[in-house]
Design a protein around this ligand. Structure first.
Ligand code: PLP
Length: 418
């Protein structure tokens, strides 16, 4: 018995064809893994990471050298001068919110140039929800410039929208729950040029969720000032149990640190209570984990296209993040497939996910993924709001072999078992 034998012979043949087809793409991702692994390893060595750094602090967390060095390593690898990498960030949404709101003052505007921000950020920014505690209550304006119908940034509208009140221009790298393509680092570089042609000194923020170590350069290396993301995604490497990060220019990280805690304390306090070992190990393996997830996404794209589904990105398109979307066109198929994703997970494989209204999201959402870290999306998972065109967002997977087995398993139960 081979592992292949549990799958329909037609599916086996398709997968053999897919394997041959995508081999050159996978080799390209392997080359990126090596490049990023070298960056991370070199930084660990340069900073003399010691076993004692992994223990973490308690109480106020003064003189937590392990925490400070991990932040220096994040800054090195992700192209910043300083960073906040903390277990006190409850999620990427929290880190992104702290970064944006830490930069602005009453009378300032935050302007997103990549369309409406990610669902969970909409309430943070007062674009959805009841507005209690939103930036508008503090006299801070939040606005966004819609993308063009082809998913590109509307340069003319951006130039027209920016003015003296614009304090922060925000760019969202990954597509989130939108149907557009994710933006590559080169595309972000082009956006930054447009913004700087109008406002040379405006602060440029990038929501980098799902993007870290996906390419071999980061938005900070092409002119962004600050970026932030989640440790349940790429940067946590599947090991971090909680947290988020913010990285960028030193003076801006200082400014943001006063909103992270309180003025005066900033980043000088904050115990790491046992979290550092996973955070170090997770960041160390993040190039490999992220690369595996991207390779898995390429496999999914190729296989589902062969099965006649509408996928994005295509298997041979540029990759700047983990996300692979599959359009189902109707809620039933989408839910059926999500259930199969859950059934092919290592944890809670016997549980059935159901669509539900969730805090921070406007529509009913289905979330499938039996993960070691609750809700983690660097682990194999599929989710999406139940709204047309009923797109499931697939991402993550700790090993390429698991993504392949699980994708085939989900394809088998959705399209071959009848
Ligand atoms: C996941 C995500 C976030 C938020 O991260 P969480 O850890 O889930 O809060 C923000 N922006 C984008 C584009 C994301 O994909």
């Amino acid at each position: 018995m081979s592992w292949m034998d549990k799958f329909d012979p037609k599916l086996q043949t398709m997968v053999k064809e897919v394997d041959a087809q995508i081999a050159p793409q996978l080799a390209k991702i392997d080359a990126r893994i090596l490049e990023n692994q070298n960056k991370v390893l070199t930084s660990f060595q340069n900073h003399h990471v010691a076993e004692s750094y992994l223990t973490g602090s308690t109480g106020y967390g003064h003189n937590d050298e392990g925490r400070d060095v991990l932040e220096a390593i994040y800054a090195d690898v992700l192209g910043g001068e300083d960073a906040l990498v903390r277990p006190q960030f409850v999620s990427g949404t929290h880190a992104i919110g702290v970064a944006l709101l830490g930069l602005v003052r009453p009378g300032d505007d935050i302007v997103y140039i990549t369309g409406k921000p990610y669902d969970t950020l909409q309430e943070v920014l007062g674009l959805a929800g009841n507005g209690i505690g939103a930036p508008q209550e503090y006299g801070i304006g939040v606005d966004y410039v819609d993308l063009l119908p082809n998913g590109a940034v509307d340069d003319d509208a951006v130039k027209a929208r920016l003015n003296d009140k614009t304090k922060v221009v925000a760019i969202q790298r990954s597509r989130g729950y939108a149907t557009r393509d994710s933006f590559t680092v080169d595309q972000i570089a082009a956006m930054i040029k447009v913004v700087r042609s109008v406002l040379p000194n405006v602060w440029i923020f990038v929501d980098n969720a799902y993007g870290e170590v996906s390419e071999t350069k980061e938005p900070l290396e092409v002119g962004a000032d600050v970026m932030a993301g989640s440790l349940f995604k790429n940067a946590g490497g599947g090991m971090a149990k909680t947290g988020g990060y913010i990285v960028g220019k030193k003076d801006l990280i200082d400014r943001i640190s006063y909103r992270f805690t309180v003025p005066g304390l900033g980043g000088a306090e904050g115990a790491t209570v046992g979290a550092l070992a996973d955070m170090y190990q997770g960041f160390f393996i993040s190039p490999q984990t992220t690369g595996n997830a991207i390779k898995g996404a390429i496999f999914e794209a190729a296989l589902f296209a062969k099965l006649g589904l509408d996928v994005s990105p295509a298997w041979d398109a540029p990759r700047t993040d983990l996300i692979q979307t599959v359009n189902f066109g109707n809620a039933d198929d989408m839910v059926k497939f999500a259930k199969a994703v859950q059934a092919n997970s290592p944890v809670d494989s016997f549980v059935t996910p159901i669509p539900e209204k969730m805090a921070g999201y406007e529509d009913q959402v289905i979330m499938a993924g039996g993960t070691f870290v609750a809700g983690s999306t660097i682990e194999f998972s599929g989710d999406g709001p139940l709204r047309p065109p009923y797109t499931l967002y697939l991402q993550g997977g700790l090993t390429y072999a698991h993504i392949k087995l699980a994708t085939m398993g989900a394809a088998q139960s959705t399209f071959f078992d009848n």
